[in-house]
Design a protein around this ligand. Structure first.
Ligand SMILES: CC(C)[C@H](C(=O)O)[C@@H](O)C(=O)O
Ligand code: SF4
Length: 471
């Protein structure tokens, strides 16, 4: 590749990390940061053990427990569920044996791996970042190349600090304009997935650009990049800018002083060259984006909250018609029902999509001085112990508890049914998480994806509702 060819942000980070490229374009990439959790690491460590290998760069690796952990006090007194307890104990044994830095359950820095990476300053612009978890795309908001890997790849990275990767194509999704009142990053991303579909990003690394993305804070950018995988993309990223650098400057484990200045100088060279060519371009305008809600069991089944449940009869394609019908049956929804008439049983505020302090503030702004509707159970789960501490310092926990929410310890919680926080069969939940597959939040549970403000509004009214009518 000639040095003068205009390059994208993705191209630049890729080029800077290639160790070697094979004739078919597959490259061995150097990995700067390896984040690990209890679910996808046990076999990787076992593999190292069997082959007598060590972890190549423990200093570039971090381990944390998040998926299995209880979010109530039992985490401090002894985890009850045998399977969860075993997974936690296994990770603890492995990190000890291999000398990998570990954030234990009783450490206030513990939390969802995708929340704590940026929060602690482990995820930085220009880095290659991997984790055995699909939502690793979140870290691309820092202006890094971050993607999920499988367990055998986790072993490869632990052993060599490198990874074999096939080249990806470049897609740019531009969102221009100014977001309307009550419209958030989550709504933008749901609208994007609604437009391009869950396979729309397949084979691409997506760069999010435009006035709306530039105006977003880091939390909003993380929400967007987090769900890139729900659009099928390999990774999502946002070019680093002054918003990014101001965020990094406050992170405990990020470079400081002169080292930071030097790093910023380099990071300023990373944004895509103005004449870089993308293999695909998608445009959205803020004026066309209302608060969004999903109605089905795929993140692309999304409508504006002002809309209605779709009617399968209006779908000419037979296979698609059957699919819509199946989703409506699972979700127990009637065609053409206004979205705002759908009653809910539960609310989940949390996850790596929307478990940051900004998300809790957005929910608290709606919940202040209000009570959740009778019969609704609502749970707020901070993404990390530090988020929890900050929320409590701001008195947000009190607002939520007074409104009727449960205020829990950090973890993945009800985002997926891998720990005690689950929906009961048939329960309908307004959830700030990222996946609404059948049984995702517990067997038979029904999930409607939406923003934190929309979730709070649903909690107080007892049904899905346009947050713009509440505040
Ligand atoms: C358990 C883990 C491997 C999984 C993922 O890869 O995303 C989980 O985090 C999820 O959100 O479904
Ligand atoms: S919060 Fe949900 S999406 Fe995020 S890592 Fe945990 S389980 Fe996966």
């Amino acid at each position: 590749m000639s040095a003068t060819k205009p390059r994208t942000l993705f191209d630049k980070i890729w080029d800077a990390h290639v160790v070697e490229t094979l004739p078919d374009g597959t490259s061995l990439l150097y990995i700067d940061r390896h984040l690990t959790h209890e679910v996808t690491s046990p076999q990787a460590y076992e593999g190292l053990r069997l082959s007598g290998r060590k972890v190549r760069r423990p200093d570039a690796t971090i381990a944390v427990v998040d998926h299995n952990v209880p979010t109530d006090a039992t985490r401090f007194t002894g985890v009850n569920e045998a399977e969860s307890a075993l997974q936690i104990a296994t990770l603890e044994k492995n990190v000890k044996e291999f000398g990998v830095p570990y954030i234990p359950l009783n450490d206030k820095r513990q939390g969802i791996v995708h929340i704590i990476g940026p929060e602690l300053g482990l995820s930085l612009p220009g880095m290659t970042i991997v984790c055995g978890d699909s939502h690793t795309s979140t870290h691309g908001a820092m202006g890094s190349l971050a993607f999920g890997i499988g367990t055998s790849e986790v072993e490869h990275v632990l052993a060599t600090q490198t990874l074999l990767q096939k080249p990806a194509k470049n897609m740019r999704i531009t969102v221009d304009g100014v977001l309307g009142r009550g419209v958030t990053a989550k709504d933008v991303m749901l609208a994007i997935i609604g437009k391009i579909g869950t396979a729309g990003g397949t084979g691409y690394v997506v760069e999010y650009a435009g006035e709306v993305i530039r105006a977003l804070d880091m939390a909003g950018r993380m929400t967007i990049c987090n769900m890139s995988i729900e659009a099928g993309a390999r990774a999502g990223m946002v070019a680093p800018d002054d918003t990014t650098f101001a965020y990094v400057a406050e992170r405990p484990m990020a470079p400081k002083g002169e080292a930071l200045e030097r790093a910023i100088e380099y990071w300023r060279t990373l944004p895509s060259d103005p004449d870089a060519v993308f293999d695909a371009e998608v445009y959205l305008h803020a004026d066309d984006i209302a608060p969004q809600v999903t109605w089905g069991t795929s993140p692309e089944t999304v409508v504006p909250v002002t809309g209605r449940v779709p009617d399968p009869a209006a779908e000419p394609d037979e296979a698609k018609r059957a699919q819509i019908q199946r989703m409506l049956d699972y979700m127990d929804l009637q065609p053409n029902t206004p979205i705002a008439e759908v009653k809910i049983d539960a609310v989940f505020l949390g996850s790596c999509t929307n478990g940051r302090i900004e998300d809790i503030r957005a929910a608290a702004a709606i919940l202040k001085g209000r009570k959740i509707a009778p019969g609704v159970r609502a749970m707020a789960v901070p993404g990390s112990g530090l988020v929890k501490e900050q929320a409590e310092a701001e008195g947000l926990d009190k607002i939520l508890i007074e409104a009727g929410f449960e205020w829990r310890e950090a973890g993945c919680s009800m985002c997926l049914g891998m720990n005690p926080d689950k929906l009961k069969p048939g329960e309908r939940c307004a959830s700030t998480s990222n996946r609404n597959f059948e049984g995702r939040q517990g067997p038979g549970g029904r999930t409607h994806l939406l923003s934190p403000a929309m979730a709070a509004a649903a909690a107080v009214t007892g049904h899905l509702v346009d947050v713009r009518e509440i505040n």
